[in-house]
Design a protein around this ligand. Structure first.
Ligand SMILES: N[C@@H](CCC(=O)N[C@@H](CS)C(=O)NCC(=O)O)C(=O)O
Length: 221
């Protein structure tokens, strides 16, 4: 299989990261949406260990795990819209906060959806991200961690621009106010207005429909 193929699912925040990275870099690719309740042979063969999306197949070779895929994309298509900063310390910071998003923010949101985490816990994590913004992002250059353009950490966080309002709308999550976390507020607004992110992300309404349909599963019923 020549070229670039993305195995993904419609609302998967992990898949959306990869889709945004491909669009930001202008990489031609085929989308193969997967039915995760009835996994196809290609998904099972290309991600035999985790059997999850996203999978990027590049010239017949599968790459899995969203963070690894986006780093791979950045290395292979290095000339177009670089995502990771050139400075090693900053690269480490982008990777640290990505890890934070996956381990703390996402874990907290998943537990919130199951009724096992409080809104306060979510706000604490949200405020830590706001601090990261204050430290890493230059407000005068633009709304992203990468300034005027999306960098690695922006891509990692972008899907939450629809996931957080979706969970708020369906499951009563109360995000921090604009006054409490102005940088994150501006970031999410900028993501929703960004051409690549706009193309990739489902609407908040579509996400709400998905969450309503899945809420019994999230609640473990
Ligand atoms: N750590 C993985 C997580 C991937 C993941 O959890 N994908 C979900 C969709 S959001 C999936 O494929 N779930 C199917 C399953 O668990 O059977 C990544 O970053 O790519």
């Amino acid at each position: 299989m020549d070229g670039v193929t993305l195995l993904s699912s419609r609302v998967s925040h992990f898949s959306l990261r990869v889709k945004i990275a491909l669009l930001l870099k202008g990489i031609e690719h085929d989308d193969l949406p997967q039915d995760l309740r009835n996994k196809g042979q290609l998904l099972l063969e290309s991600n035999p260990i985790h059997k999850k999306v996203p999978v990027l197949i590049h010239n017949g070779k599968p790459i899995v795990e969203s963070v690894i895929i986006v780093q791979y994309i950045d290395e292979v298509w290095s000339g177009e819209s670089p995502l990771l900063p050139t400075d090693a310390f900053l690269r480490a910071e982008h990777r640290f906060w990505t890890d934070f998003i996956d381990k703390k923010l996402l874990d907290c949101l998943m537990r919130f959806m199951r009724g096992d985490a409080t809104n306060e816990e979510f706000i604490e994590n949200y405020e830590l991200l706001e601090e990261a913004f204050t430290k890493l992002g230059n407000e005068e250059e633009g709304p992203f961690f990468g300034g005027a353009r999306m960098a690695f950490l922006d891509v990692m966080l972008a899907p939450y621009a629809v996931w957080i309002p979706g969970i708020a709308g369906v499951m009563g999550l109360k995000p921090a106010s604009q006054e409490q976390c102005p940088r994150l507020h501006n970031f999410f607004q900028a993501v929703l207005a960004h051409p690549a992110a706009k193309l990739a992300l489902p609407t908040v309404e579509a996400l709400k429909e998905f969450l309503v349909a899945r809420s019994a599963v999230y609640r473990g019923k």
